[in-house]
Design a protein around this ligand. Sequence first.
Ligand SMILES: N[C@@H](CCC(=O)N[C@@H](CS)C(=O)NCC(=O)O)C(=O)O
Length: 212
Amino acid sequence: MDLYIGNQKYSSWSFRPWIAMKVKGLEFTAVLRRFDDHPERVDFRTFSPTGKVPMLDNNGVKVWESLAILEYLADLHPDKGFWPQDVNQRAHARAISAEMLGGFGDLRSECPMNMARRIGAIDVSEAVRKDVTRIEDIWRECLEKSGGPFLFGEFCNADAMFAPVVNRLEIYELSQDVSVTTYRIAMKSLPAWQEWQAAGRAEPWIYPEDEA
Ligand SMILES: N[C@@H](CCC(=O)N[C@@H](CS)C(=O)NCC(=O)O)C(=O)O
């Protein structure tokens, strides 16, 4: 199984299925394709129908879109807890994952994920503040109901969908909420998180447009 990903420093959508596959112990090869213009640049459309990453290739079965990949993995491995077992929790996990996929555009565009950035606040718009408040509410409600350490107790696809947001809230100092802090500690203590972060930090490529 091959998972095509972008730069680990910046590619927030790639991070989502990658961390889920690592945490759930799946065997796969991560195929990194850099975004920037360089002499050996591969046109993303040669391997991905949308020209975007992530893209999963399971022996010729191609799945793109981060959330569709996570759904496919849950179908392939119903025993691995990619979604919560309880039907109501599963519905909640899917709802917030879909909200992440389609929403929080201001936060995503003003505050790019960056695994190598030093922590420090930047000026953000009121729209970003609203996104952050909504995320705090989502995480607080989930953690209070489940008791943590992850949104639904055990790590699941909803945690994968919000993983890049954990980085964004930290590096731009966007939240002082206690749920955000406790959730960040749990996420950052995952060996998978540390592996992705180390790889991102080791990348020499800097893209000014992603350096807020
Ligand atoms: N909705 C897509 C978003 C994918 C996406 O925007 N990927 C970015 C990288 S994080 C990309 O491939 N950008 C390359 C480009 O636009 O040329 C998903 O969830 O997978």
